[in-house]
Design a protein. Sequence first.
Length: 216
Amino acid sequence: MPNIVYLHGFASSPLSTKGRFFHTRFEMIGGEVHQPDLEDGDFGALTVSKQLAVVDKAVRDLKPVLLMGSSLGGFLASLYAVRHPELVPAVVLLAPAFGFPRRWAEQLGEAAMAAWKRTGSREVYHYGDRKMKAIRYALYEDALQYEEFPEVTQPTLVFHGRYDDAVDPQLSVQFAWGKPQVQLELFDSDHQLLSVLEPIWERVAPFYQNLEPNRG
């Protein structure tokens, strides 16, 4: 079976609750999960391009892979899958953060965005480190070059919480619309999806087991 590369969310880490959950579950059915640190040791300098470079290194060492991502990690997974379909036969997205830069601008508002640009950085809460940390404006500027809804052609599972107040579930609905290769399931849960990890796993396990054997 293909290896699995799991991509954590923004201001999170490879030790996230969801990451550890899926690592354990995949091991139970013979899958090997790899969880790169998308921050590469420098959260402040984080950009979408730098994260995609980290993903590329992880995937090329393990190809082919089932690429799985949560929130911003889900958005990254879809971006990478579009650009390297030969390395990624299938994708699983958990509350993917489509429209990443646009949503940041909408949520922060003009004044906060102007201040971020003027000062070059702003403080955000880092869930992995459990403290406030600075993130540079380059994150937003770099993200603008990427499409909001990557046109993934591989078999794809998408899971989103109906009560997600961080990423509107309608973004996943828009992403999946008209794509027969995409299966979307909405759960009565929030952005974290922690309350529905078991039913998600019940759908992910057979999806993974039905993939072609690892050719790498």
